[in-house]
Design a protein around this ligand. Sequence first.
Ligand code: ZN
Length: 264
Amino acid sequence: MQNIVVTGKSGAGKQPRIDVLVSEFGLSQLSTGNIFRHYLGVFKSLGHERSPESYWDAAADGFVPDAAIRAALEPACAAKGIPVDDAVLGLKAARFVDAGLFVPDSITNALFEGAFQKHGGRGLILDGYPRTADQARFLLDAVSRAGTRLDAVLIVDNEDELIVGRTIGRRICPKCQKVFHLEFKPPKDGRLCTACDAEVIHRSDDTEEKIRTRLAEFQKKTLPAIGVLTGEGIPQVRVPGNLPVFTDEIVRASVMEALAPVLK
Ligand SMILES: [Zn+2]
């Protein structure tokens, strides 16, 4: 197995399936969230005095030329032993993320390929990428540039209403990150972490409105991305996100069974 895409609705239950792929095939998880955190962190660590926005050319609706950004970042990068290319990517991402702006595919693609190449383009579980049809086309090119391949797209299936119910009841311990559910795995006295006694919180991402927005995004953008990959002959494998009995062994068996035809 060289690379596999794991996708599904937000809250479908991707992580336990990714854990199986890590342990069974020795693959590494490459998630978009971590890629962004990495490059944003690289840029922040420079302590650069100018704002990312100041490298934006409003008239051209784009960044000033890369050479100018590199020249500005080079001294601090050299002093700290940071690759300039990484700092440039971090600055570009920060211009959108810091302002809460929608991140264009061109930026997400550039960050993805930077991270993908660092791993030699193989041995990866792609998580959270591709999320649009454009990203999927970019991924196919990036894989071909790396001389590797995508073995499968694993889709974790789950019903919208189950996801909504599970997510709005979710509570998280802000101290130790333990996850609870008001109905299925309640905190102590309905509000305290059973491990460290901190008061559990309802994350602002876990409101019904936000969940429904993410579910609609999946239909509108991610399904077409999956369509691009399967249209190019990448095998599609589906696993149930909701199992009647949920144990590590049952999750493992369901993933391995679904992958069997691809592994042949
Ligand atoms: Zn806790």
